[in-house]
Design a binder for this molecule. Structure first.
Ligand code: AMP
Ligand code: GLY
Length: 421
């Protein structure tokens, strides 16, 4: 089967790496891809939001399956567009339609959904400029810190947490005045959940679910989880505190109820679901839904999947996930992100990257660009280095060893991934 994967980051490189090992694969195309992906697939110069160009490509190259990496084309209605276009409506897509993607595209929608289907989450109130007074009053009833979330997609920057009531009140006002453009026309004020975060994943086929391995993501730029939030600086899978008993609660109280809720809402959801959750004294609470895989969680999860990923996607598109079993390696995967100095603030790019000759670790490209014979840096997050080990310490040792062989100007990475586990 010819497969088209959409996206260009480390997550897509990891998915492409896994798909390229499938015995069912004839040819893998990635749009737009990156120089790392180009080693294992054919990259085509189409952006993920060019729906017409994507559909023409699918027709001309006899694409049998599309996998969507990032959320934006899903929120913008890629799946709906395909279903309404006769020449391509038969092509299965791994990724939800626009109404399913609302779970990520609107925090207010997601919160209302969770309350309706009794899925554990923090107390909240949604505020617009028309009920600002109610928002200011609600803040006063909460115990600090205060959590304010822009309703819409805000490039991962739409959550503000502060312990100061005055600052929270001012921020609420500024958000409603357009701090994040239209994304903060509505603001969700939330009770603060005190605990340790976990990323849980499943695949939905509209009727059944398949639980994927969980991972821990390290979002802050600095050691010991300090400094500003990033897209993610590293990941570990499996996660020691995600015991069988805890994951059973996640499955029963969150994953299953989410799928049941979608069915009751008549949302035919075929694709990944990523539940960002907080473990509060052993009880899982949903912080957010994403309608895609996590990055850099995927870089630690794909190497642990032993099953043929394309077979799993085929089962998903035929609504047969209930007949599917996922083989998962018991080994630990540890991923560390190499980023451009200055990230997540301003940084320079275009620096050549030196790679060591051989490493048993996997080097996924996140933000790179080919320049003649060189591969240059081209983004905040540049490379994701992943290793498998018999335990976390072993996996981390291999990853940090592999990193010693990689060099680019102003390279920065966290030296303490896994420190809290
Ligand atoms: P989000 O963009 O929703 O993932 O939020 C960004 C980060 O804010 C999360 O990864 C959490 O660390 C934190 N966060 C979000 N909501 C809450 C909450 N209700 N309580 C505590 N921390 C939160
Ligand atoms: N690593 C978090 C995310 O992908 O949103």
């Amino acid at each position: 089967m010819n497969v088209l994967l959409l996206g260009s980051g480390g997550r897509e490189h990891a998915i492409a790496w896994k798909l390229s090992q499938s015995k069912k694969l004839t040819k893998l195309y990635v749009a737009p891809g990156n120089p790392g992906i180009a080693d294992i697939a054919e990259c085509i110069n189409i952006a993920a939001n060019q729906f017409y160009a994507i559909s023409s490509f699918c027709v001309s190259q006899h694409i049998g399956m599309i996998i969507v990496g990032p959320e934006a084309p899903l929120v913008e209605g890629l799946v709906d567009f395909f279903k309404q276009t006769p020449e391509v409506k038969h092509i299965p897509i791994i990724g939800p339609n626009r109404s399913g993607a609302m779970l990520e595209g609107s925090k207010d929608f997601a919160k209302e959904f969770m309350v309706k289907y009794q899925i554990p989450t923090a107390q909240y109130k949604t505020i617009t400029k028309y009920n600002l007074e109610e928002g200011l009053a609600f803040l006063k009833t909460l115990t600090p810190p205060y959590v304010l979330k822009a309703d819409g997609l805000a490039a991962g920057k739409g959550v503000i947490i502060t312990s100061d009531l005055l600052e929270a009140s001012n921020t609420l006002t500024q958000m409603l005045e357009g701090m994040f453009g239209e994304a903060s026309n509505k603001v969700v004020i939330e009770e603060f959940l005190d605990g340790i975060e976990l990323s849980a994943f499943a695949l939905f086929d509209g009727q059944n679910y398949l639980i994927l391995p969980e991972a821990k993501d390290y979002k802050r730029i600095g050691v010991a989880d300090t400094g500003p939030n990033t897209g993610g600086m590293g990941s570990i899978s499996p996660v020691p505190f995600a015991t069988e008993a805890f994951m059973q609660k996640v499955e029963n109280r969150i994953i299953r109820k989410t799928l049941e809720g979608l069915i009751k809402e008549n949302i035919d959801y075929c694709g990944f679901i990523f539940v960002g959750l907080m473990n509060v004294k052993g009880e899982p609470y949903v912080i957010e839904y994403n309608v895609r895989m996590g990055d850099p969680e995927t870089e630690s999860i794909m190497p642990r999947i032993e099953s043929d990923l394309l077979e799993i996607f085929e089962a998903c598109s035929k609504r047969k996930l209930n007949e599917t079993k996922l083989q998962i390696s018991p080994k630990t995967a540890a991923t560390v992100m190499l980023v451009s100095g200055g990230y997540p603030g301003s940084y320079s790019t275009g620096y050549p990257i030196e790679f060591s000759e051989s490493t048993e670790s996997i080097v996924f490209h996140a933000g790179t660009k080919k320049d003649g014979e060189n591969i240059n840096t081209q983004g905040g997050r540049v490379l994701a280095v992943c290793s498998m080990g018999n335990n976390m310490a072993d996996a981390l040792k291999k990853t940090y060893h592999a990193i010693e062989g990689i060099k680019f100007r102003d390279m920065y990475y966290r030296t303490d991934i896994g420190f809290d586990l």
